[in-house]
Ligand binder design. Structure first.
Ligand code: NDP
Length: 256
């Protein structure tokens, strides 16, 4: 029997793990002894992440599969490849995401669509492909990376807010359909986390001090702050936790 939060012998696919939060989550899952499948779009960046992970955790436990999480045929082929060549996917972390800052009256339909595709439809596409197999095995863990924008809104981030709100309810819909097959689907909603995605906001002095003042913990989050909750939701320690959203936001969503 594995330890409560241990993942020895499990295969974990983390989408968008070539950098940022996904990379840190993959590191934490590998630290918990999982075999890791890294993913991203940029093949060179992904390969350099794979090489660094392989040095740290051993090449036999680290794989990289480049695919676009919004492309149905690439998703099917990638999941088929992982399951046949690496092993059954026990843990799926739907992390890949993008932001596009523009007001709702100015956003072009193509940009709106892309934000919804990468942040929301991707979780449906990858989740559907993986769950079809998890259902047959009667077990699996899915963690969807939402955002405080799941609950809160701000100007110029409307498509992202709509997508992350949708991802919260997709988490519930997946739970309604898959919990009976032994699959736990939950979400983690990060607050403001310092990554490439938010570098421009960190650099913006006014925004930066507003965020720190607006967050009871009085600081930006780091990708490492998300590791514990995601490992927990990927482990048997969360076997009766279904359809929940864990806010990891330094308290931002509980104060006005
Ligand atoms: P980054 O921009 O740092 O990294 C995004 C990752 O997603 C990269 O690995 C990128 O791959 C990958 N990616 C983007 N599009 C695709 C695609 N179509 N197919 C496959 N992979 C793709 O983002 P963060 O690490 O900051 O964010 C990760 C997640 O956390 C996102 O879902 C984001 O919405 C969420 N989040 C982030 C917060 C923050 O403050 N940073 C706060 C709340 C939520 P490549 O390197 O090849 O481009």
């Amino acid at each position: 029997m594995d330890t409560l939060f241990g993942l020895r012998g499990r295969v974990a696919l983390v989408t968008g793990s070539s950098r940022g939060i996904g990379r840190e989550l993959a590191t934490a899952l590998a630290d918990a002894d999982a075999t890791i499948v890294l993913n991203g779009l940029d093949a060179d960046r992904l390969e350099s992440a794979r090489a660094e992970f392989a040095t740290r955790f051993g090449a036999e436990r680290v794989f990289a599969v480049a695919f676009d999480v919004t492309d149905e045929s690439q998703v099917s082929a990638a999941v088929e490849h992982i399951e046949s060549e690496i092993g059954p996917i026990d843990v799926l972390v739907n992390n890949a995401g993008i932001q596009h800052r523009v007001s709702l009256v100015d956003v072009a339909l193509a940009d709106w669509q892309r934000v919804l595709d990468v942040n929301l439809t991707s979780a449906f596409l990858v989740g559907r492909e993986v769950a079809r197999r998890m259902i047959g095995r009667g077990a699996g863990k899915v963690v969807n990376i939402c955002s405080v924008q799941t609950d809160l809104a701000r100007p110029t981030i409307g498509p992202y807010t709509a997508a992350k709100g949708g991802l919260r309810n997709l988490t519930r819909a997946m739970t309604a359909e898959w919990a009976g097959y032994g699959i736990q689907v939950n979400a983690v909603a990060p607050g403001y986390i310092h990554t490439e995605m938010t570098q421009n906001l960190v650099d913006d002095e006014r925004f930066n001090s507003w965020i720190v003042g607006r967050t009871p913990a009085a600081r930006w989050g780091t990708p490492a702050d998300l590791a514990g909750p995601v490992v927990w939701l990927s482990s048997r320690g969360s076997d009766f936790v279904n359809g929940q959203v864990v806010f990891v936001d330094g308290g931002m969503t509980v104060v006005v």
